[in-house]
Design a protein. Structure first.
Length: 83
């Protein structure tokens, strides 16, 4: 039996300072990341050490943008714990 999403017509508004779109299989750099050498174009990931973005900052990554498009949802749990 194939499952298909069905809309409910319900909406919810949540305040946010940043919203990221996560569609596809390859990470893309945000504006300015390449110039700061924070993005590895070869691998499609943010340069990091166990999830901590390299350099003097308070930035962290997890999931595919950390390690590349591998694994399943469960892989992200262990990955987030590593971060």
């Amino acid at each position: 039996h194939q499952q298909n999403p069905v809309g409910t017509s319900e909406t919810e508004t949540m305040p946010a300072d940043l919203v990221l779109v996560s569609i596809g299989y390859r990470g893309m750099p945000l504006a300015g990341m390449e110039e700061l050498q924070l993005f590895d174009n070869q691998k499609g990931v943010v340069a990091n050490d166990h999830g901590k973005v390299v350099g003097e900052n308070n930035l962290f990554v997890a999931g595919w943008i950390k390690r590349g498009p591998t694994g399943i949802i469960g892989t992200n749990i262990a990955d987030a714990k590593d971060t």
